[in-house]
Design a protein around this ligand. Structure first.
Ligand code: AP5
Length: 200
């Protein structure tokens, strides 16, 4: 469904509050990716009151994760309608099941996987301090999200580490300091990204 083009896919992983969204904004500004946030796509379904909206809201409020089929279909739809084939997929895959569903449904593999490594207490503090709190930004739900992150998301991190695709970023410090670790990862792949575009 990439219309014969070769996409350049980056997965962005990290616990709640590790700064994925903040760093993605900087990556988009500097390297021109299309940013797809799994969480934002799900929240958009809730606001638009779609057939999945109410179930998604219940799941998110509980701090649990939404079934892979739903998330991957939303991501695929966004990818299909994009004219830019450099994708930054933020907060995904959340589990081995997510990863396998993505491979099956898109027949694609990430080129880069960024992992924002952050101590739990720093993540909790950031989420609780978020300016406009979300339905899942309370201490009980955050603890659940962290547990799920450890049990479901870390196996995905290990999978990409074994496959040599993982770039671990120390996510403590100011957003600018953290971005100085992120920048060289993309700078090193820039030739490759350009090459893919020239080919089209
Ligand atoms: P999602 O929206 O992905 O949220 P999350 O992973 O819990 O992460 P956050 O958005 O809370 O944090 P972030 O890492 O993006 O950090 P941010 O930059 O915002 O998912 C929400 C829910 O949706 C999930 O719990 C699940 O239910 C569902 N879901 C999502 N994906 C799914 C999937 N694939 N399958 C099934 N269900 C799924 O920063 C946080 C705060 O810290 C901000 O206020 C920011 O300003 C501040 N901050 C950022 N960086 C710094 C810094 N360096 N120093 C100080 N403050 C900082």
């Amino acid at each position: 469904f990439f219309k014969g083009k070769t996409p350049f896919i980056t997965f962005v992983l990290g616990g709640p509050g590790s700064g994925k969204g903040t760093q993605c904004e900087k990556i988009v500004e500097n390297f021109g990716f299309t940013h797809l946030s799994a969480g934002d796509l799900l929240r958009r379904e809730i606001i638009s009151n779609t057939e999945y909206g109410a179930k998604i809201l219940d799941t998110i409020k509980e701090g649990k994760i939404v079934p892979s089929e739903v998330t991957v279909k939303l991501i695929r739809k966004e990818m299909e309608s994009s004219d830019n084939y450099k994708f930054l997929i933020d907060g995904f895959p959340r589990s081995e099941e997510n990863r396998i569903a993505f491979e099956r449904i898109t027949e694609a593999d990430p080129d880069i996987v960024l992992f924002f490594d952050c101590p739990e207490e720093v993540m909790v503090k950031r989420v609780l301090n978020r300016n406009q709190g979300r339905v899942d930004d309370n201490i009980d739900t955050i603890r659940k999200r962290l547990k799920i992150f450890e049990s479901l998301n870390l196996p995905v991190v290990n999978y990409y580490s074994k496959r040599g695709k993982l770039y671990t970023i120390n996510a403590v410090g100011t957003a600018d300091e953290i971005f100085e670790q992120v920048r060289p990862v993309f700078a090193a792949h820039e030739d490759h990204v350009e090459f893919e575009w020239v080919q089209e």
